[in-house]
Design a protein around this ligand. Structure first.
Ligand code: ADP
Length: 365
């Protein structure tokens, strides 16, 4: 039975058996069937259209969500790029202005013949500090770009955690004393040596401790504890380092994002940029480097804090979990020789001596 146009698509089949009373099937039975078939076809077609429409709606919704997340990612990237420019230019401009200022003063005093040795020594010390800061920022930016492309060259060798902690703390002890903070370290003795890039590990831990110093008010407490654990999943021995402070703490919503580059959880605009001053602003690269180094060792870093409150001082604890033996794929890759921008010290002293001799000759003639 074909009662429809020949180009129509088959939507389904309607079967009809012999009649109950065994009568012959007549034309009006067929037209009743055709009407039924057409109505059922229309209903089916509509149902399919509705279901197709729903599918298209879902697809459109998914595409919108994907677009929205791509837009958010782009906005984030754009914000990071803007932050990068703002932070890098601010962080570079401050020491650059100091270099400019001191060289102008030295020049002016020198022209008037008023430059004494003591003044010169103090100004060159400040000049060195300013250039050190610029060098450090550039070094950190290079480190982050290596982490970004997974190209941090880690040189693994047996290292003692006790020594890592000692070396990380050494350059900070004077500042900790000045800030009247107390620092304790527990559980470091007797831990097995880990396979690690000592220099990088020291850098990572130092960044974490430096933040504890910065975000804890004068007179506060910083505690470092270490313990050996056995990971039940991997059955590997791991060392857990915890750096706790009695500082301003970190909001829950910032606890993950602070490990991203150029992110600062507290508004630093009101504060000084001194390296260890309370709430001193940094470029927001310290934790990015720490995470890059620790993950490069097959480890993990995270923070726990009840929130941020500069009055109640809930404090923060940064945890660093390191496998005693890093997994095979953790070993560093590319060789990267950092370019040194500072002149070799002996060369510099030679230049100074040459300059002094020339001055004497001019004075003598
Ligand atoms: P920087 O210190 O250069 O700003 P980091 O990447 O080291 O950058 O840290 C990012 C941000 O995380 C800091 O600006 C600060 O807001 C927050 N932070 C890190 N450590 C602490 C801490 N111990 N207590 C409170 N806030 C912290």
């Amino acid at each position: 039975m074909r009662r429809c146009c020949p180009r129509a698509k088959t939507l389904g089949l309607l079967g009809m058996g012999s009649k109950v009373n065994d009568e012959a099937i007549k034309e009006n039975d067929l037209s009743l069937l055709a009407t039924l078939a057409n109505q059922a076809g229309a209903a089916l077609r509509n149902a399919r259209l509705v279901s197709n429409l729903r599918e298209s709606e879902n697809e459109a919704r998914e595409a919108t969500t994907a677009l929205r997340s791509a837009k958010e990612q782009l906005e984030q990237l754009d914000a990071v790029k803007t932050d990068f420019i703002t932070i890098a230019s601010h962080e570079l401009r401050t020491p650059l202005a100091q270099v400019r200022g001191y060289t102008d003063i030295i020049e002016a005093l020198n022209e008037q013949g008023m430059l004494d040795q003591e003044q010169l020594a103090s100004m060159t010390t400040n000049l060195r500090k300013a250039t050190d800061r610029m060098e450090e920022l550039i070094r950190n930016m290079l480190d982050v770009s290596q982490i970004d492309v997974n190209a941090m060259d880690l040189r693994f060798a047996p290292a003692s955690i006790e020594q890592v902690v000692r070396l990380a703390l050494e350059p900070l002890t004077q500042d900790i004393r000045q800030r009247k903070q107390s620092l304790t370290a527990r559980g470091l003795r007797g831990l097995p040596p880990i396979e690690a890039d000592m220099q990088r590990m020291v850098q990572a831990l130092q960044n974490v401790v430096l933040n504890a110093v910065k975000f804890t008010p004068d007179g506060g407490k910083i505690e470092i504890t270490a313990s050996l654990q056995n990971n039940p999943g991997t059955k590997r021995d791991e060392i857990l380092l915890a750096v706790s402070d009695s500082g301003i703490g970190i909001d829950k919503k910032h606890q993950e994002i602070i490990f991203e580059k150029f992110v600062r959880a507290h508004d630093p605009s009101l504060h000084s940029t001194g390296k260890t001053k309370f709430m001193g602003a940094g470029p927001g690269l310290g934790l990015t480097i720490a995470r890059g180094v620790i993950e490069g060792h097959g480890g993990r870093i995270w923070v726990e804090s009840l929130g941020s409150d500069p009055e109640k001082l809930p404090g923060s604890t940064f945890y660093i979990l390191l496998p005693v033996k890093p997994p095979e794929d953790a070993t560093g890759v590319l060789n990267f020789e950092p370019t040194t921008t500072s002149m070799d010290r002996t060369e510099l002293l030679k230049e100074v001596e040459k300059f002094r001799q020339q001055q004497q000759q001019v004075a003598g003639s």
